[in-house]
Design a protein around this ligand. Structure first.
Ligand code: AMP
Length: 216
């Protein structure tokens, strides 16, 4: 099953992707995670990407398209994949169509998670993430706090707050989403692929709605 999770920053794409990996045994591909790893390692790509990320702006299309092209060619994507945070622009979506055609495959579903904008701001500013890249579990200081402050329940690693989860950058990320990414809903609707989901309520409740659409 080849999936895209679409939705504003903080809509719950990463959280739901982690649950979908377990359910369907297909990998999550998050361009944000790949870029953050490159920033941490200080690679030339990471250095270039950091200024865009810190400003809440999009990294240039050719950079993320290159990342996705390489990643989708890996053997673990043969049985399917969950794209989280890609595509974010119409040119990225068009490039993805070409990459998939080259691999002899296509998209099955575009799950569009809809959350009111002010909820996104509250969610992102309180978000904490596990430092262990193999875990990456997410928490919210108010809504889903860890049992022990600052420590991941799942693996015991420290939690951190992303550099771009502050109100100024969050507002800029939302503006970018509305301008560049929202048009993708129409792009995929025209192809009959959009599965809209209200992204409010409990994490499990939203997950069950997604599974109800994707099937077992
Ligand atoms: P995310 O973790 O998906 O919220 O992404 C964090 C940041 O990485 C975004 O605000 C962008 O600066 C950058 N980024 C991630 N995915 C993309 C993409 N598909 N296109 C452009 N920039 C991206």
């Amino acid at each position: 099953m080849n999936l895209i999770l679409l939705g504003g920053p903080g809509a719950g794409k990463g959280t739901q992707a982690k649950k979908l990996i377990d359910k369907y045994q297909i990998p999550q591909i998050s361009t944000g995670d790949i870029l953050r790893a490159a920033v941490k390692e200080g690679t030339p790509m990471g250095k270039k990407a950091k200024e865009f990320m810190d400003a809440g702006k999009l990294v240039p299309d050719e950079v993320v398209i290159g990342i996705i092209k390489d990643r989708l060619a890996q053997p673990d994507c043969k049985k399917g994949f969950i794209l989280d945070g890609f595509p974010r622009t119409v040119p990225q979506a068009e490039a993805l169509d070409k990459v998939l055609a080259g691999l002899g495959t296509k998209l099955d579903h575009v799950v569009s998670i809809d959350v009111p904008e002010e909820d996104l701001v509250t969610r992102l500013c309180g978000r904490r993430t596990c430092k262990n890249p193999d875990c990456g579990q997410m928490y919210h200081i108010k809504y889903t706090p860890p049992k022990k402050e600052g420590i991941c329940d799942k693996c015991g690693s420290e939690l951190y707050q992303r550099d771009d989860d502050n109100e100024t950058t969050v507002r800029s990320r939302l503006a970018t989403y509305n301008q560049a990414t929202r048009p993708l809903i129409d792009y995929y609707r025209a192809k009959g692929l959009v599965r809209p989901i209200a992204g409010v309520g409990s994490i499990d409740n939203i997950f069950n709605k997604i599974v109800g659409i994707l099937g077992n």
